[in-house]
Design a protein around this ligand. Structure first.
Ligand code: PMT
Length: 400
């Protein structure tokens, strides 16, 4: 979402300025062109040179600098911005903007912009709770500014409480969310992710290589696009995307229970999880001893969750994934029909850069009417957005 976008990062003076440096790095890594405006106080914490080096652009500090105005004036900055991020935003900055005061380069530029503004305040807890501050913050939200609440914790001043600037990754996710069209607003979307683990004994289990990255990327992208997202995930070492409700599960049986529980209110279901097809018939109470040279494990079939959903689909949109190692399209098309899906995402997990535990994927979308859409190698985030573009069409077509 940030690729090719122009972001103005407004930095005001507080100890959290150091986090704005990391945020700048993440924004440029995500493909944004970033221009930084620093208030006078912000420069007491970190020098403009740091921001200039990381952004590759001159840092703007002075409303009356003839040189800065000639190079790129503050009105031009305000006009070319797709997004303003104010991080950290002090109580003073929030107060000035709320009351229409423009007495330095940052407040003047914010007042002159028509772009979306994301405000990430950070301050001492008592200042944060002060009714004047709270009133000012409310005024910004009422005027359509996007607010990212500070988090609670130990503050630089030694106090405990709410007032800390959220992590740069959280601010980045909020920025992406602001720029993303809300075309899934009103949609209840259920996603599954990750592997399942089928226990053999207290120390061993059967599983697969799924990391959860594909399913988590879908959950994050759907949340950014305005959907209410429930993510049922097998064990995965990933952070739950902001605003997403996550239901952690372990085995296929637990995943089935959680999915069926959330199925009634779902409008769209996307099953990206790699569910183990088989599980041991008996889970042994104690660790298996290596007494013999051979060991035979008796397995039984797990329930096919997706097929069960397909049998009671109603007006929902149902999308599966197919992880194949041969005859990709044939096997995927069979699953599409057999499980009564609207669409299936086929990935050949033997291709480099596709499938399990990588950041990218190569997929094909197969539809009920026989259409096939082939996508090139791309990040799992991009695959998620391409998939959701299709979801929007399928979901709208089913709405009364
Ligand atoms: O998690 P990552 O590391 O990012 O990897 C992504 C991925 C490879 C796991 C993902 O892209 C993917 O292909 N997910 C589906 C894996 C899979 O189990 O495919 P399958 O062809 O065996 O199953 C077909 C569909 O039925 C899937 O939607 C699966 O969730 C579902 N299923 C399968 C078995 C079962 N018992 N119950 C199910 O619901």
């Amino acid at each position: 979402m940030l690729q090719g976008k122009t972001v103005i990062l407004g930095v005001s003076g507080g100890i959290a300025v150091y986090k704005a440096v990391e945020l700048l790095r993440l924004l440029t890594k995500a493909g944004a062109t970033v221009h930084v405006i620093m208030t006078k106080n912000a420069q007491e914490f970190v020098t403009p040179l740091t921001f200039q080096t990381l952004s590759g652009n001159p840092v703007h500090t002075d409303l009356f600098s003839l040189f800065q105005e000639r190079e790129i004036g503050h009105i031009s900055l305000a006009e070319r911005a797709d997004l303003f991020i104010l991080a950290p935003a002090t109580a003073n900055l929030v107060g000035k903007i709320a009351h229409g005061l423009a007495d330095d380069l940052l407040t003047t530029s914010v007042m002159a912009t028509k772009a979306a503004v994301l405000v990430a305040p950070a301050m001492n807890t008592n200042m944060y709770e002060n009714p004047f501050y709270q009133q000012n913050e409310k005024m910004l939200v009422q005027q359509g500014y996007h607010l990212l609440e500070p988090v609670a914790g130990e503050l630089a001043c030694g106090w405990e409480g709410k007032g800390k600037l959220p992590a740069p990754e959280t601010i980045l996710a909020a920025a992406e969310a602001v720029l993303t069209p809300k075309d899934l607003f009103g949609c209840n979307l259920l996603v599954t992710a990750g592997p399942t683990r089928e226990e053999i004994d207290p120390v061993r289990y059967l599983t697969n290589y799924s990391s959860g990255k594909m399913g988590f990327a879908i959950a994050a992208a759907a949340g950014q696009r305005g959907a209410t997202v429930t993510l049922v995930s097998g064990p995965a070492n990933l952070s739950v995307p902001v605003g997403v409700k996550c239901v952690p599960v372990f085995s296929a049986e637990q995943m089935r229970t959680a999915v069926l529980e959330h199925y009634p209110e779902a409008d769209v279901v996307i099953k990206a999880a790699a569910v183990a097809d088989y599980r041991p018939v008996h889970r042994l109470e104690n660790k298996i001893k290596k007494n013999s040279d051979e060991l035979t494990l008796k397995l039984e079939k797990n329930p096919d969750i997706l097929a069960e959903l397909g049998a009671q689909k109603g007006g929902r949109v149902l999308i599966g994934f197919a992880a194949e190692t041969e005859r990709l399209l044939v096997h995927a098309a069979e699953k599409l029909q057999k499980k009564n899906l609207d669409m299936i995402v086929a990935n050949d997990v033997t291709s480099e850069g596709a499938g399990f535990d990588v950041d990218t994927n190569i997929v094909r979308f197969l539809f009920r009417d026989g259409r096939v859409k082939e996508l090139d190698l791309m990040s799992k985030e991009q695959v998620a957005h391409q998939l959701l573009n299709q979801v929007v069409v399928l979901w709208r077509a089913k709405q009364p």
